[in-house]
Design a protein. Structure first.
Length: 592
């Protein structure tokens, strides 16, 4: 691929059709396949828009979830193929989209250099040869899909009988992708799911040819090296190769915030950098043996790449991550929420994001999964949640049930954001002293949960006017804290120019380094942990705090050691600021 950045998955709706917007320009993206109702409606919308036949797949159809996903992904692949064919058959001198394709490319790209030479060339024959080269090198961006591994509800038939494991949410989504014509990879995130990982090995689509090439690749999103090794070894023993490890900052990202125990992004990437060869060989040994037992042969070790994402904000940071750590690509997520050409955000939410202040972005307890969740105070879903509490009706109707997990009050799990759960839990809470601070704290913890299944999909419904009667129009959105520094609505060209250093969208922003921002988030995370456990601290928790602080201090020492590489001699002012902020952080940590 010519581009050195990719668009990670963004919620449920926000990147659901990103491939249809940016794959034709050679930019890779990831769409979520968690919500098959959203997927089905998007298939209907784009089928109509492109004058293609649409046959509904109803929830009552056998294996409807898998079939809906397959049908939408096939449609996406077909439309992108048509877009690329159209570009290849366009006149380079007249087509705005064709010019856009080449103008978006980084200056160091050989194809971009050829394009610049084409523009300047006056000789007719030489210009024709350059044009032929350009047209042969028009390729779409990769299209990947995402499954949150642990979002894996067991489903039932019409009579309420539990279905086989292959019909669970995650397994059905995987099957939908495997049976589709989409040529990309599946990004597994949110931790290890042995049932899903074992099911992967049942699909020949993930098996290699003799040259170690794949029809469909498996990509693992991880927060640290140890987790990556454990999960990848499990999969290798099943005959599944991880083609890419996507290292994501535990806290400096959008969506759920899977914090590490104090491990910071820089030291984590350093560990991947040092151990990549060992990692590849150890996995290959397990993988090869497993393939042989399945009757497959492979002549060479498949490729393995490392990428990173979470909180990147400048072209200098982008270039440093790629060059210093040897990354294949870097993910830019939340800033693209402000790029309508790339993502799907309804107009009201888009305007709210563009005008937001730093305090509008915060880590919350809103997720029913019980994992810290990056939230946006100005979202209509958050305002709606507060209004329901004021009216004495906290909680939301639970219709999609993707995040049901609590079996505290019934044999069947329910969602902690549901009205049923919160009503029952609050009745139980009334047995406590309602005037105590502890009571208020518990009340807020219960009512802070919000419906993400509906809220994270609504933006697309509003954007494309496909919201159905009686459906809630409240939008939940989960931008990372880095979004605070981007305060406008941008064109695709603007954002890509910013990534490649052709434009500076943050010229007037007082923004610390990517690494310092993440460090600050981890200090705040530790402070919150200490506050929450102030009266319940035991030996186990004290050991956790001690280890957490040690990792943060090691991280500071590491950043001090690479300060000159991060900010060379000609950036001595920025380097001095970095070192000052690191020293200030060290003081904050030791004082905890």
């Amino acid at each position: 691929m010519e581009h050195t950045f990719h668009l990670p998955v963004l919620g449920l709706a926000f990147s659901i059709d990103s491939p249809l917007k940016i794959a034709q320009f050679g930019i890779s993206s990831v769409l979520s396949i968690v919500d098959d109702e959203l997927i089905e409606r998007m298939r209907e919308y784009y089928s109509t828009k492109n004058s293609l036949p649409y046959i509904p797949i109803t929830p009552k159809a056998k294996d409807s979830r898998s079939k809906r996903i397959t049908a939408y992904l096939d449609l996406v692949q077909d439309i992108v193929n048509q877009q690329i064919d159209s570009l290849r058959n366009s006149d380079l001198d007249d087509s705005a989209d064709l010019k856009k394709y080449f103008n978006l490319l980084p200056e160091f790209s050989n194809i971009k250099k050829t394009y610049n030479a084409y523009i300047q060339e006056t000789d007719i024959d030489k210009k024709a040869n350059l044009k032929a080269t350009l047209m042969m090198n028009i390729n779409p961006g990769e299209i990947h899909v995402n499954i949150m591994s642990k979002v894996d509800k067991i489903n039932t038939d019409q009579a309420g009988n539990r279905l086989e494991h292959m019909y669970s949410d995650a397994n059905a989504a995987l099957r939908g992708f495997a049976h589709s014509n989409l040529k990309g990879g599946i990004v597994l995130s949110a931790g290890m799911n042995p049932r899903l990982y074992s099911y992967l090995s049942e699909f020949p689509q993930f098996m290699p040819n003799k040259q170690g090439q794949f029809l469909k690749r498996v990509i693992l999103k991880v927060s640290d090296y140890r987790s990556a090794l454990i999960q990848a070894k499990f999969l290798a023993k099943k005959g599944i190769w991880i083609s890419e490890f996507r290292v994501e900052s535990g806290l400096n990202c959008g969506g759920h915030a899977f914090a590490t125990d104090g491990l910071l992004l820089g030291p984590i990437l350093e560990e991947f950098k040092k151990n990549k060869g060992f990692l590849q060989q150890e996995l290959y040994s397990l993988y090869r043996d497993s393939l042989h037992s399945k009757g497959y042969t492979i002549d060479t070790c498949p490729s393995l790449v490392i990428t990173a994402q979470g909180g990147i904000g400048t072209s200098a940071e982008h270039a440093f991550l790629l060059n210093y750590y040897g990354l294949e690509s870097a993910g830019w997520g939340s800033p693209f929420l402000l790029v309508p050409e790339a993502t799907t955000v309804d107009d009201q939410t888009l305007q709210a994001l563009a005008s937001a202040q730093k305090d509008d972005f915060y880590v919350s307890g809103a997720s029913p999964l019980g994992v810290p969740f990056n939230n946006f105070r100005k979202s209509s879903a958050e305002l709606n949640r507060l209004q329901r509490i004021q009216k004495g009706r906290p909680g939301a109707p639970c219709t999609k049930k993707y995040l049901i997990s609590n079996a505290e009050y019934s044999d069947e799990p329910i969602c902690t954001a549901s009205r049923v759960y919160q009503y029952t839990k609050l009745k139980e809470l009334e047995l406590f002293d309602t005037e105590s601070a502890d009571y208020q704290k518990k009340l807020e913890a219960i009512t802070e949960k919000t419906c993400l299944c509906e809220g994270l999909a609504t933006s697309a419904y509003l954007k494309y006017n496909i919201l159905q009667r009686k459906e809630d129009d409240a939008v939940a959105i989960c931008p990372g804290p880095n979004t605070a520094y981007f305060n406008d609505i941008y064109s695709l060209q603007d954002m890509v120019d910013h990534i490649y250093g052709r434009k500076d969208l943050l010229a007037h922003s007082n923004r610390s380094s990517l690494f310092v921002n993440e460090l600050h988030l981890y200090i705040e995370h530790l402070q919150q942990y200490l506050q929450d456990n102030e009266f319940q601290m035991d030996d186990k928790k004290e050991k956790f705090v001690t280890k957490f602080k040690e990792e943060l201090l090691r991280g500071i020492t590491y950043y001090e050691s690479i300060a000159l590489q991060l900010y060379p001699i000609d950036n001595d002012v920025q380097r001095a600021e970095l070192l000052t902020e690191l020293r200030d952080s060290l003081i904050r940590i030791t004082a905890l």
